[in-house]
Ligand binder design. Sequence first.
Ligand SMILES: [Fe+2]
Length: 191
Amino acid sequence: MTTVKYALDEFIYDMSRLVDEQPDQGTLFDRGSIYLERLINNASAIPQEYSVPAVGKNHGTYLLHYGDNGLLVTSVVWGPGDHIGPHDHRTWGMIGVVGNGITETRFRRMDDGERDDYAVLERDRVNLVKPGDVSLLIPDVDEIHQMDNHTDRPTVEIHVYGNDLRGLERSSYDLESGAIKHFATTRFSNC
Ligand SMILES: [Fe+2]
């Protein structure tokens, strides 16, 4: 029996067409997560050099595709013990785990959101996201998370966003003080 594997370029083609159709958010996530689940079930679809931490680092973020319609596809590698504190994304997103697993903690913003230097966050839920699972980032509704790799192996994910994160102003949150810091991704590990 021949198993037909879903390749990265097929995923990018299907996802680009979907974004071009400008569907409502629910349809985008419904159809997009089917494509992403298909992709992450084929670990060989991710180039080997983008499935390991960057040289000399315990983390890697690699650009796989960026299109005129805003579609951004990256692979993200979390080394053992890797951690990023609570932050937001300011665009829709889908995260699919290819190998190993990641602990994702979601937070809700409890204040009125008026201040851009202070926020009150409440922990909403903690999920161990496993290979084949897709989690969704919904702007302003459910998009603040913290990531931890509590395992002793690298975790590989595919991230899909509706906008280029490079230069997009986002926020990170200090749970103790409530302070908000603004930041922007400047580059990926491969470009
Ligand atoms: Fe994130």
